[in-house]
Design a protein around this ligand. Sequence first.
Ligand SMILES: [Zn+2]
Length: 287
Amino acid sequence: MLPHTQPGTVGNRVAFPDDRDRNAATLDVMRIGAHVRQDADPIGAGERLGADIVQLFLTDPQKWDKPEPHPQADQIRQSPIDVVVHSSYVINVASLNNRLRMPSRKAVAEQAAAAADIGAIGLVVHGGHVRDGENPAAGVANWRKLFERQQDKGGFPVPILVENTAGGDFAMARHLDAIARLWDAIGEFGAGFCLDTCHAWAGGEELLGIVERVKAITGRIDLVHLNNSRDEFDSARDRHANLTTGLIDPAMLTAVVSAAGAPVVLETPADGIADDLAYLRGALSGD
Ligand SMILES: [Zn+2]
């Protein structure tokens, strides 16, 4: 049985609305935060940053380990800070290689369950890719199978947020035409979308109007990964920069946030995250 807090004290949620109401309407609606490295104490890290939302890994992102129950699960669920989980980098749902695809499917299911345990709003999963020369349509079909098979088990307990990626000519979610083919296959299962601004830029998608173009395909943007880029447009390189230090005009990043109307997670270099949050809040409030 899950532990319950007393009515009226649930997660301090009741303590904050007055303060939040004083903020600009945009800021009130929009949850802004960051990926935190302190996986053992994500809420503490979020509080120190003044974040509304934190993103974390629930297992070593370079390994296949099944997540352990989080020692702070109760605190995380009850906190007014929202939580989203980023799945492991090793996952590639699209892969035509059984020995990669099978553990990927299993890991998505395990990490979605672990994300639900801490009350996360979703599980971010990279679009993945097939290898050079392989048929991308087969990769799309593998994404569909992920959802079909899980549907037989009642579906995923949190939304799966497919993230666009920066590189490769055989990626499932680099270019919008590929995302459109992917969505034809998985949209009906309630798949969500995470738009990463660095990945879109480095992947060769213009940021001007991208929210509208993505929503025309997916119908939704559930999360924005707001990152500047150290590399040129269409470089296919994935190196995030702090908001005002990369090659993307910071005003363009702010415009994406305003248009998307979705929670925002910074995945920028840690030393600059506090400044990034201050910059973004200032820009959105018109300071
Ligand atoms: Zn990202």
